[in-house]
Design a protein around this ligand. Structure first.
Ligand code: SF4
Ligand code: SF4
Length: 144
């Protein structure tokens, strides 16, 4: 989960490991069992413009979490800047030992994953035969 927030770098600038930039959406969308925080509930430790205020002491599940968008920034062909989770209201993750994709969708934007910006990524997953699921309101639905 997010490094302390930093200003967004221009989209054409090289990505780095902390390219969460100003994104903190997983701190709302994801469950954190150690904090007894449910899905789609803002974490009380996440402050706008600062990020995680307990960064050095954040729970283990926050330490190990990276969404697929962030992970992809180290790949030869990273997922594009315009589908960074805070820009599209969808956190891209994996399940089943990384073999399937799951899109955690902000319930206030349930159709966000259908945005044109996602077409290329969805096409890529489908062309590789990777199953894609949507998680919204704690309900998981396979869409491809
Ligand atoms: S959703 Fe991804 S990019 Fe955004 S803060 Fe979490 S890990 Fe970083
Ligand atoms: S503890 Fe920090 S990293 Fe974990 S959900 Fe809360 S703000 Fe995010």
């Amino acid at each position: 989960m997010p490094y302390p927030t930093e200003p967004d770098r221009p989209a054409n600038e090289a990505a780095s490991r902390n390219d969460c930039g100003s994104c903190t959406i997983c701190c709302t969308v994801m469950k954190v069992k150690e904090l007894n925080k449910g899905a789609h509930t803002p974490c009380t430790h996440c402050h706008e413009g600062i990020g995680c205020t307990i960064y050095d002491k954040r729970p283990e599940s926050c330490r190990v979490y990276e969404c697929l968008w962030l992970r992809s920034q180290q790949f030869d062909k990273p997922l594009p800047a315009n589908i960074r989770p805070d820009r599209c209201n969808v956190v891209i993750g994996t399940i089943n030992n990384g073999n399937e994709v799951i899109l955690y969708v902000d319930p206030s934007h349930p159709e966000a994953w259908r945005a044109p910006a996602f077409s290329e990524a969805l096409g890529l997953f489908c062309s590789r035969g990777i199953p894609v699921h949507i998680s919204c309101h704690d309900q998981i639905t396979r869409v491809f």
